[in-house]
Write a protein that binds this ligand. Structure first.
Ligand SMILES: [Zn+2]
Ligand SMILES: [Zn+2]
Length: 103
């Protein structure tokens, strides 16, 4: 996955670029503590996972539902906010998807 840096909340997790399967927005999601932000501005209040689900900071749909996933470099380029492409790093993902219910 592509990361823009380290989460300042948990101090350990990489801030990954996550693509919402519903609104197609690219958001920032900590791979460790699951805090999510609508842009790279992590000074604002994050969205947290609730009961194993992760609501999209843009539309509240699940960031672990079908169609969502870690954003590619192309998707990052098309994001609605200014992603610091120079600062992007590729790191192994600790996939946040919880076990799907009814599966
Ligand atoms: Zn974190
Ligand atoms: Zn969304």
């Amino acid at each position: 996955m592509l990361t823009i840096g380290t989460c300042r909340l948990c101090g350990a997790g990489p801030l990954g670029l996550r693509r919402c399967g519903v609104c197609r927005r690219v958001v920032v999601l900590c791979d460790e503590c699951d805090a999510a932000w609508p842009t790279a501005d992590t000074g604002v209040r994050p969205t947290y996972s609730i009961e194993g689900d992760m609501p999209c900071p843009g539309c509240r749909a699940s960031l672990v539902s079908d169609g969502s996933g870690w954003a590619t470099r192309d998707e990052a380029l098309e994001a609605s906010w200014d992603i610091p492409m120079d600062g992007l790093r590729e790191v192994p993902a600790n996939d946040p998807a919880p076990p799907l219910r009814g599966n």
